[in-house]
Design a protein around this ligand. Structure first.
Ligand SMILES: CC(=O)SCCNC(=O)CCNC(=O)[C@H](O)C(C)(C)COP(=O)(O)OP(=O)(O)OC[C@H]1O[C@@H](n2cnc3c(N)ncnc32)[C@H](O)[C@@H]1OP(=O)(O)O
Ligand SMILES: O=C([O-])CC(=O)C(=O)O
Length: 447
């Protein structure tokens, strides 16, 4: 049998093997996607790290959509962002301290912590060479492989004691920017024939500044502050988001930090999760080309209708950057990023593009409501404006999702450390009901 035919045959058989009637899910009360009937997530754990709020429970049943709120260790992320913007300083290190320790640092603690991060930014020579050798055009993939490589150089890689977990957390937070910057420069060198720069991180720079320095050397104060804000906003999102939950599930087996974080990177890469920021940018460029009049609501609505009906664009039926598992009326991060995008667009002469994106947001939500008609309140999520902001500060599309990982590594570490430290911990192990009849084994000569 030809190999290609065998693969085709196996794949055809998989169609039936993977078919599970929809009604069986309700018959056995299965929480598809770990969701309750009303769309809310099944409660699977307790945490003291992030809190994501998108609705209120109505006494007697039902949910009331409310404007979204996000808290890091009890502090409203909008307050953190506004304070950092007002005081014109970098805030990602402070957020990392807060999320890891549970407490806001004082001035001295923050300054020592920032120094510690800075000292840990350089990579092992061998990891550096490994990144240069790693072939591939996907930086999330290279990031995951580099994280697994870090296991090799850690003499206490499998030690899950608290001190060791904290040391590993700080090293990962420090090294992600370096790995991502080097991996992109290598990619650019390999695919575009551009000169290869491997810049050593500099002392006394914030993570955002050092990342931009390693990536492209020259950057403005505004670029660095914008990146810092994006890192703050994407650092943490509770225990239930897919990548953090993946890290918690993997960690609950007692495996090493690098294995758990590599699993989280794999999850974040997906287009329904962190990978949506690249999809939004791609979709935006597609719509820029395919919508003739960027101010014509009817033309936009007609195109979104065809997108939702899987007729155009990538035929997935999805409008990227719209919808969320928890948020309803708004994602607070998207609101902050939208205002940032508006300001940056004004400064960079991109008002027309911003106005188009803003109209797309409005029409996507309206068309979703009309076509789906499922009573769901949807809004734009964090990924809707993040790519546009990255583009405005000159960052390439290939690193949009890696930048999300560069922020979320903080949340992942905080959750891994919580998962391995709380007293009542247990291996996470839900159940799947088998819906197939038992069969008698048939010897091969009788088949
Ligand atoms: C950082 C982040 O992870 S933020 C999310 C980034 N992801 C995206 O932007 C991708 C687009 N959005 C989506 O796919 C979804 O809204 C998700 C994955 C974010 C959340 O999914 P869910 O919680 O399952 O959505 P929800 O329960 O609200 O979905 C209800 C219905 O609306 C559909 N839907 C939800 N969002 C969208 C969308 N953006 N475009 C088209 N249909 C959508 C779902 O497919 C589902 O339809 P169905 O009942 O016909 O199968
Ligand atoms: O909470 C979620 O499901 C996805 C999300 O917005 C995030 O992880 O930032």
């Amino acid at each position: 049998m030809k190999k290609e035919y065998l693969i085709y045959k196996l794949s055809e058989e998989m169609k039936e093997a993977a078919r599970i009637d929809n009604e069986l899910f309700s018959k056995f009360d299965v929480k598809r996607g770990l969701r309750n009937e009303d769309g809310t997530g099944v409660l699977v754990g307790l945490t003291k790290i992030g809190n994501v709020v998108g609705y209120e429970r109505v006494p007697g049943g039902g949910l009331k959509p409310i404007p979204g709120k996000l808290f890091y260790r009890g502090y409203d992320v909008e307050d953190i962002a506004h304070a950092v913007l007002k005081e014109k300083r970098f805030g990602f290190e402070e957020v990392a301290y807060l999320l890891l320790s549970g407490r806001l640092p004082d001035k001295e603690e923050l300054s020592s912590f920032s120094e510690l991060i800075n000292e840990n930014m350089p990579l092992e020579q061998k990891t550096k060479m490994n990144i240069i050798e790693l072939e591939g055009n996907n930086i999330m993939n290279i990031l995951a492989r580099s994280v697994l490589e870090m296991y090799r150089f850690d003499p206490d890689a499998d030690d899950t004691s608290r001190d060791n977990l904290m040391r590993q957390s700080i090293e990962l937070i420090s090294k992600f920017p370096t790995i991502i910057a080097y991996a992109f420069n290598m990619l650019r060198h390999a695919t575009l024939g551009r000169s290869l720069h491997i810049r050593h991180p500099r002392e006394k720079l914030s993570i955002a500044e050092n990342f931009l320095y390693m990536l492209k050397k020259d950057f403005t104060e505004l670029d660095a502050r914008t990146l810092d804000l994006l890192l703050i906003l994407q650092a943490e999102h509770g225990g239930g988001n897919n990548s953090t939950f993946t890290v918690r599930v993997t960690s609950s087996t007692g495996t090493d930090t690098y294995s758990a974080i590599a699993a989280g990177i794999g999850s974040l890469k997906g287009p329904l999760h962190g990978g949506a920021n690249i999809q939004v940018a791609d979709m935006f460029h597609h719509l820029q080309k395919n919508i003739k009049d960027w101010t014509n609501e009817k033309e936009i609505d007609a195109y979104f209708t065809r997108m939702l009906n899987k007729e155009v664009y990538n035929k997935s039926g999805l409008i990227y950057g719209i919808g969320h598992a928890v948020y309803t009326i708004s994602d607070p991060r998207a609101l902050l990023l939208k205002e940032l995008a508006r300001e940056l667009a004004r400064e960079k002469g991109k008002e027309r593009e911003f106005a188009f994106l803003e109209l797309l947001e409005e029409r996507a939500i309206a068309t979703f409501g009309r076509i789906k008609n499922n009573g769901k309140t949807v809004s734009s999520n964090v990924d809707f404006y993040s790519g546009f902001v990255y583009e405005l500060i000159g960052l390439p599309q290939e690193i949009f999702t890696p930048l999300f990982a560069m922020a979320r590594i903080v949340g992942w570490c905080a959750h891994r450390n919580e998962e391995l430290t709380f007293e009542g911990k247990r291996i996470i192990r839900p159940a799947y009901k088998n819906v197939l009849e038992e069969e008698n084994y048939v010897p091969i000569k009788e088949r």
